[in-house]
Design a binder for this molecule. Structure first.
Ligand SMILES: [Zn+2]
Ligand SMILES: [Zn+2]
Length: 261
């Protein structure tokens, strides 16, 4: 499977990146399967550069902060009013309350609500769902609202007979669940919204580079990709923090980056 970074800006879109969104693709059974992880503010724009969103098999939402879910509403408009006829339905996985904020962002307007274009199923903690060759296990994590990381297994790009695993933290501070989420993964896509300093005194919200590195190290992660950096963070500082605690290869996510597993 391959991961494309659609947007990786933390908390709000930046000049050079939309908010969180990641495209996962895998070839199986003579076709390409596509799962989108989150669709934050502004991310539906660059998404069109990578895929016709009508060809998404599923949209998997980590939690209901707008930097992870806001653009689902405008993606719905694209799907519903496409000149070739309505597209979808696209499977939508997320916290149990997902339809409610989407309806509110849509102005509770039946013309733009998400009914019809999405087929919603709520996450159940640690109960995997299948989408084609992907198995996606939601893992409840440590954030001020109901939030899930996702542990995703799928066919290797180099050797399709082999299964590989990617973990995406969504938004979370460190917690025991991350040991389950990330154990032995080929790639850990980890948020690192905070850097060490006064703002980092607030716990239960976000990781910093040090804690993301600690998670990667103790779970035997093979490769760490830091994401969800906030505009005022210096990526070099986040990278240096993670290098203090993780001995494997580390990248900072950038829009358009592709990771082939
Ligand atoms: Zn966020
Ligand atoms: Zn959040």
């Amino acid at each position: 499977m391959r991961l494309t970074v659609v947007g990786c800006a933390g908390s709000f879109p930046h000049a050079g990146s939309a908010a969180s969104s990641y495209l996962l693709e895998a070839d199986d059974g003579g076709r390409t399967w596509r799962v989108l992880l989150d669709l934050g503010n502004g991310a539906s724009g660059p998404l069109h550069g990578y895929v016709d969103p009508g060809e998404l098999d599923a949209l998997a939402v980590s939690h209901l902060h707008s930097d992870h879910v806001a653009d689902v509403v405008v993606l719905n408009v694209y799907l519903r009013y496409h000149p070739d006829g309505p597209r979808g339905p696209v499977a939508l996985f997320g916290p149990v309350d997902t339809p409610q904020p989407l309806a509110e962002i849509a102005g509770s307007d039946p013309a733009t609500d998400t009914n019809g274009q999405f087929e919603f199923s709520p996450w159940v903690d640690r109960e995997p769902v299948r989408v084609g060759p992907f198995e996606i296990e939601p893992v409840r994590v440590n954030h001020p609202i109901e939030a899930y990381g996702m542990r995703i297994t799928g066919p290797s790009e180099k050797d399709p007979a082999r299964r590989v695993t990617l973990a995406y933290t969504g938004d979370t501070d460190d917690c025991p669940a991350l040991d389950h989420l990330a154990r032995g993964v080929d790639l850990l896509l980890s948020e690192a919204a905070f850097v060490e300093g006064p703002a980092d005194a607030v716990r239960g919200v976000h990781l910093n580079g040090v804690r993301a590195g600690e998670v990667a190290e103790r779970t035997g992660t093979k490769r760490l990709v830091l994401t969800h950096l906030v505009q005022w963070n210096d990526p070099a500082v986040s990278l240096a923090e993670a290098r203090r605690t993780y001995s494997g290869p580390i990248d900072v996510a950038a829009p358009g980056a592709v990771y082939s597993l």
